[in-house]
Structure formats: C-alpha cells, structure tokens
Design a protein. Structure first.
Length: 238
C-alpha cells in the first residue's frame, strides 16, 4: 500500500464547486493520486467547450445488462450549511451545460425521459438543464421492439391476460413497463394505469374491465420506461 500526505486544507471542498475555479489545483492533485492508485471513474464527464464539469452529480444504477445513469447539476439544498453569504449563491450552477460522458464501452444509448434512441457509441454528449436531470438508459445492443399479445375481444367483468415482451439480444434483469388503457370515448381509464415490473423484459398484464364499463373498442398501451419502446393493441369489449 501507499500513504500520501496532503499538506492542504480541504474543509471547504463541498463549497468550491460554487466558486470556480477555487480548489482547481487540489482537484488536479487528487486526480493524480487516484490515477497512481489505479482508480478510474466508471463514467468520465467532461464539459464541451470552455470550463470544467464541476457541479455535475451522477447516479448510476445496474440491473443485469441494463445500466442507467442520471446526471444533474449538484445544487446544495440546505444553503445554510454553505457558510458565509458569499457561498450561498449558486449562480455558478445556473444555465445549461453540455457535457460528454465516456461510457467505458460501446453501448446502445437511450434518453429515458424523452424515449429517444441516441445511437450506439462509447460516449454520448448531452445538455444538462439548470434544474432538470438527464437520465440515460444503456444496453449492450438496441432493443428491437415490444410485442403485445392479447385476444381480439373479451367480456366485461373478466380479467384479460395481456403478454408483454421486449425483443432484444441483451436486456436488463428487470425492466419497468408503464401501461394504460383508453375507452371507446378515447379517454384514459386512470384506474387501470400502472407500472409493472418485467423480469427479463417480460410480464403478463391483467386488464380488468368492469361490468359497468361500456361496450366498444378499447386501446391498450405499453411503454418500456428505460428505452421508450412502445406497443399498442385494440381490444373489443362485449
């Protein structure tokens, strides 16, 4: 092992991101120490254009072959903990920031909030808004489609078994499917809207049409939360 003596005061480290470029030299020193120890970030974030990417917080999540990564500006929620008034302003974090995220390997990248496929690459460039997060879903290969298998017609008052499955070579250990139903009048039946856990990208959705629901054509919708891949189907209720 190795011990490195830091002849520096780092008490204010949590405040330096609010007053750039304070702490810049110490950041370089720490980066060199981590590199010497063979410690590398799982995701390397660099700012596109001028300036550093300080003040960007990452939240990684792993579910089998599915990886998710949330990025947002690292605001201090309890400003009273920042000390003197000069540090209580967070203007340095205001405004959009474009950052490049190195993923470590080539991945199929999805913007989880918009459902847009961003392509397959070893890195991705995204814009971080002042207050809104960017959430990415990463898979080894793109998802091809979602299939929805259901009967063409069903009787009201009985459960309708609807099978949902993602089609892809490598999927997450568990996906989440957002499902909803619209009635013959086109309005959403909010009591049937739910989020289903789909182990391995597959699940059976029990759709319960009440005896008092009107007869007619209903529409079933499903969306994979991670990738935005969708499926829909008509169902005639007798």
């Amino acid at each position: 092992g190795r011990t490195i003596y830091l002849n520096a005061v780092i008490t204010d480290y949590h405040r330096w991101r609010l007053k750039p470029p304070e702490g810049g030299e110490l950041r370089k020193l720490m980066a060199a120490a981590f590199a010497l120890a063979g410690v590398k970030p799982q995701y390397e974030v660099t700012r596109v254009g001028k300036g550093d990417s300080y003040g960007v917080e990452l939240h990684p999540y792993l579910a089998g072959d599915l990886r998710m990564l949330a990025l947002h500006r690292n605001y201090q929620l309890r400003v009273g903990e920042l000390g003197p008034p000069i540090y209580r302003k967070q203007d340095a974090l205001a405004g959009d920031m474009r950052v490049k995220v190195a993923l470590g390997s080539r991945m199929a990248v999805y913007n989880q909030r918009t459902g847009k496929y961003l392509g397959k690459s070893g890195s991705v460039t995204v814009k971080l808004a002042t207050h809104q997060p960017t959430i990415l879903a990463l898979l080894p290969e793109p998802v091809k489609a979602m299939t929805m298998t259901a009967p063409e017609a069903a009787s009201r008052g009985k459960l309708v078994k609807v099978k949902l499955r993602l089609d892809g070579p490598k999927l997450g250990k568990t996906h989440a499917f957002r499902v909803r139903v619209t009635g013959p009048d086109g309005k959403e039946l909010r009591e049937l809207t739910q989020t289903l856990a789909a182990p391995g990208g597959a699940v059976t959705w029990d759709v319960a049409l009440a005896l008092t629901d009107p007869a007619g054509t209903y529409r079933l919708y499903a969306r994979d939360v991670a990738t935005g891949i969708k499926a829909e189907r008509k169902l005639k209720a007798k």
